[in-house]
Design a protein around this ligand. Structure first.
Ligand code: SF4
Ligand code: SF4
Length: 116
């Protein structure tokens, strides 16, 4: 087969019937403002951690919302909980609380080993 130097990306189809949305509902109970996020990315544009890592709150929030937890706990560890993203959010989303509570939920689910 001829090598064209590029390939077609695999489609990322979300199977909402099998997505675990229970965890996101738990998060909404703790941080109701999470519902208001429109995934604009403004928080990521100003993120302190994003200046030094590839941390992306919008992606993490979207993964959690979709029930895609693999690797998420490690990603969330890159956030310093400084709260700068919360200040710029046009929708008044409590981003810091979302990150904090996503960490707790993932720990409860043993998606990350809790260090003693
Ligand atoms: S948390 Fe706010 S700034 Fe960040 S993507 Fe959602 S709406 Fe935009
Ligand atoms: S709280 Fe986390 S996500 Fe928000 S600006 Fe600070 S490092 Fe970035």
């Amino acid at each position: 087969m001829k090598n064209w130097g590029f390939k077609i990306s695999q489609p990322r189809v979300l199977d909402l019937d099998n997505a675990d949305l229970d965890m996101y509902n738990k998060l909404i109970e703790k941080v109701p403002s999470a519902h208001r996020c429109l995934m604009c990315g403004g928080c990521t544009a100003t993120c302190s951690a994003n200046e030094h890592t590839n941390f992306n709150f919008r992606n993490c929030h979207l993964m959690f919302r979709r029930g895609q937890f693999d690797g998420l706990a490690d990603e969330l560890d890159k956030c310093m909980l400084c709260g700068k993203c919360k200040l710029v959010c046009p929708r008044g989303v409590n981003t810091r609380a979302i990150i904090y509570n996503m960490r707790i939920v993932l720990s409860d689910m043993n998606y990350k080993k809790i260090e003693s």
